[in-house]
Design a protein around this ligand. Structure first.
Ligand code: NDP
Length: 293
């Protein structure tokens, strides 16, 4: 099991990244420096998370060279459209304090105004051609959105970041990604959304099947879920602000699940989405502006 994944344009991406959604700005720098100290080399943020500046600060404080760290961020829907997305790159790069991004992705499709989504993606293609970003991709795209995008643009996304955890594993979108050579990157990879937006007692962390497998290997539920994701070929971006969990979530390369265990976790699929229904995302409901600074 490699610690890196090669994207469809040849760029190498560290398989595990630190996620920082809902990490408060005043805790973000410490989470990022801790992760980088513990061996992470990939951070996943977004313009909409409001903590790109603090991610940039954590990267600088780590003392690592810029080219040792893979920085991924996302354009929010209020910045969709060709010119707007070129400007969104400038905003994100400025806040992060970098010249170039490793992976720049559309945070959502805007199904009701798909022409804006296409304009935004064409801007990503231009940024790639200009060398401002090393790879481009999408997030929360369903099969139909991928098809519609492909019909109107020329570069296949390198990554589609989607909700994937044992209770909602999206086999159809993962199959579409695989058919197109797109890496599936799992958000809420340990099912965090099943606990912070649900009931801890019925979350993935408390699942008896997962805990049973964890016991076999002397690992935690989170580690078993991350291992399941890696063996499915996914990139993962678990979020934590706690040092011991940041370390735990990276310590998943010294054991391996059997096919029977993989199948048992696959069978936990419950078909209940934690995040917004991608088809229903509109500027009216989710279109808050991203500040310039
Ligand atoms: P995760 O599956 O990463 O779970 C995070 C939650 O689990 C937090 O509450 C965290 O709390 C807790 N946690 C972390 N590690 C452990 C552990 N080892 N044991 C027990 N609990 C743990 O969910 P997220 O929703 O945060 O998703 C991860 C990342 O995916 C985000 O940070 C973001 O980068 C991305 N994302 C993308 C979305 C998109 O639309 N593209 C949507 C949602 C997320 P604590 O911090 O206190 O440890």
């Amino acid at each position: 099991m490699s610690t890196n994944i090669t994207l469809n344009n040849g760029v190498t991406m560290p398989t595990i990244g630190l996620g920082v959604f809902q990490t408060p700005p005043d805790e973000t720098t410490a989470a990022v420096t801790t992760a980088l100290e513990l061996g992470y080399r990939h951070i996943d943020t977004a313009a909409a998370y409001g903590n790109e500046r603090e991610v940039g600060e954590g990267i600088r404080r780590s003392g690592l060279a810029r080219d040792e760290i893979f920085i991924e961020t996302k354009v929010w829907i209020s910045d969709f459209g060709y010119d707007e997305t070129l400007h969104a790159f400038d905003k994100s790069a400025r806040k992060l304090g970098v010249e170039q991004l490793d992976l720049f992705i559309l945070h959502q499709a805007l199904p009701s105004e798909f022409e804006k989504t296409v304009g935004a993606y064409r801007a990503l293609e231009q940024l790639l051609e200009d060398g401002r970003v090393r790879a481009i991709g999408v997030s929360n795209f369903m099969r139909r959105h991928l098809d519609d995008l492909r019909a109107q643009t020329s570069i296949v996304p390198a990554v589609n970041q989607i909700e994937v955890h044992p209770y909602f594993s999206q086999p159809d979108v993962r199959a579409a990604n695989a058919e197109l050579g797109i890496i599936t990157q799992a958000w809420s990879p340990i099912g965090g959304i099943t606990s912070y937006r649900g009931d801890a007692a019925t979350s993935t962390f408390a699942n008896p099947v997962i805990l049973g497998i964890a016991q076999v290997y002397g690992k935690s539920a989170a580690q078993v879920m991350l291992r399941w994701q890696l063996q499915l070929g996914h990139s993962v971006i678990p979020k934590s602000v706690r040092r011991e969990r940041i370390a735990e979530n990276f310590d998943v390369f010294d054991f391996s699940l059997t096919q029977v265990e993989m199948d048992a976790i696959d069978a936990l699929e419950a078909g209940v989405r934690g995040g917004p229904e991608p088809e229903d995302v509109t500027l009216a409901t989710f279109g808050r502006a991203i500040p310039e600074a």
